[in-house]
Design a protein around this ligand. Structure first.
Ligand SMILES: [Zn+2]
Ligand SMILES: [Zn+2]
Length: 102
């Protein structure tokens, strides 16, 4: 199951489960739309992959054993281990390749 992480790994803004600003890579690395479109240039600094909009898990259990009541969002805040300088150099090296060519 997708881990709904609570914050942007770069700017640390809150990304609650209902946020439309959350973006994720295939490893569930989670950043906000402003960081993805800005400094990250659609390059995950942890894996080099692209980002997609994080789906929103329904609050209600529309089907048995689903919804945030059964499967709540994660609470462990994360921060990318890479420095800003490392990230900028990495993004420069990767961003011109589209995600499906990386
Ligand atoms: Zn951010
Ligand atoms: Zn990643």
């Amino acid at each position: 199951m997708l881990e709904l992480r609570p914050n942007c790994e770069l700017c640390d803004r809150d990304l609650p489960p209902g946020s439309t600003e959350a973006r994720i890579c295939t490893y569930e690395c989670t950043f906000c739309a402003a960081c993805v479109e800005g400094v990250l240039g659609n390059v995950c600094p942890n894996c080099g992959g692209g980002f997609e909009k994080r789906p929103i898990r329904p609050v209600r259990a529309w089907r048995e054993d689903t919804g945030l009541g059964n499967d709540p969002a994660g609470t462990q805040r994360r921060q990318t281990p890479h420095t800003r300088e490392e990230i900028e150099a990495f993004v420069r090296a990767v961003r011109d390749l589209p995600p499906d060519a990386r």
